[in-house]
Design a protein around this ligand. Structure first.
Ligand code: FMN
Ligand code: SF4
Ligand code: SF4
Length: 252
């Protein structure tokens, strides 16, 4: 078994690592941007795939990765995990349907509530204590789920036809343009001091350094990692001001 994930602010990384360690403590987890990821997946039969829900869809990078490596999935057993701030509908179904087309067997799905990661919007923001409680609840749920899986009973969050309709009509259709590709809308203000952290951490290599200034490209997958880490709060995407830098580490 292997856990693979995309994680912007650390929520999904935590959930995949925790679940995989509960299911098989000898298994490891790697991020999707890991250079040898294809080689790692090729060697495994069972894969736990995790990502944050974005507008009731999977991040474009995740869908792109699955499609670009279509031959990788034949015969693999995949358990899909999507983390969310509030509502996901069929967050897991969004990748499960594509994986199935490429011959994967879907073992099940888990949609799990975590703190909201959109650092430049006040919407859905909770206090520190409430976020800590959300993380505790998520941990408890994963413990229960791991026990169930041990008996061969996989949860199927987000995989039903009804969930598909909920995700599609609840959000995805209305925000389809936001998730149909990579975005060029990342903004970096004059507050940038050229530390290079965003450029080093971006899973898409979408930020380059030029003359001690960070310059965004047009392949952002909206993970919010750079926005949550910038020491100057100089980076924004959906909003115009960083209100809170959300990071899993603050809530554990
Ligand atoms: C661009 C964007 C869109 C999001 N859309 C949703 C959404 O539709 N529903 C939801 O419940 N959470 C949404 N979220 C919140 C994240 O899914 C959630 O906080 C997730 O746990 C972040 O995981 P990460 O830290 O691994 O990136 C969104 C976050 C981002 C950055
Ligand atoms: S992390 Fe912030 S300050 Fe550092 S280079 Fe990037 S934008 Fe500039
Ligand atoms: S530019 Fe920032 S938000 Fe976009 S993919 Fe890179 S780290 Fe994520």
């Amino acid at each position: 078994m292997i856990g693979i994930y995309l994680s912007g602010t650390g929520n999904t990384k935590h959930c995949v690592e925790k679940l995989v360690s509960l299911l098989d403590e000898s298994s490891t987890c790697v991020p999707l941007e890991y250079p040898q990821i294809i080689h790692v997946i090729e060697k495994q039969d069972i894969i736990v795939l995790g990502y944050p829900t974005q507008f009731s869809n999977a991040p474009f990078m995740v869908r792109d990765f699955i499609k670009k490596n279509g031959s990788l999935w034949k015969g693999k057993k995949v358990f899909c995990v999507s983390t969310m701030g509030l509502f996901s509908g069929d967050g897991t179904g969004c990748t499960a349907r594509i994986l199935k087309k490429y011959g994967a067997e879907i073992l099940g799905g888990l949609q799990i509530k975590m703190p909201d990661s959109v650092c430049d919007s006040k919407l859905l923001k909770k206090g520190l204590e409430e976020n800590r409680q959300i993380v505790k609840n998520a941990d408890k749920r994963m413990e229960e789920v791991a026990e169930r899986i041990g008996w061969g009973d996989y949860p199927r969050d987000g995989l039903s036809f009804f969930a598909h309709l909920k995700g599609l009509l609840g959000q995805r259709l209305w925000f389809y343009r936001k998730t149909m590709g990579y975005t060029d809308k990342l903004k970096i203000s004059d507050a940038c001091i050229g530390c290079g952290l965003c450029s080093k951490e971006c899973p898409m290599e979408n930020i380059r350094m030029n003359d001690r200034r960070a310059v965004p490209g047009n392949r952002c997958t909206m993970c919010y990692r750079c926005i949550s880490l910038c020491p100057q709060k100089a980076i924004t995407l959906l909003g115009d001001r960083v209100t809170e830098q959300c990071r899993y580490e603050k809530y554990k």
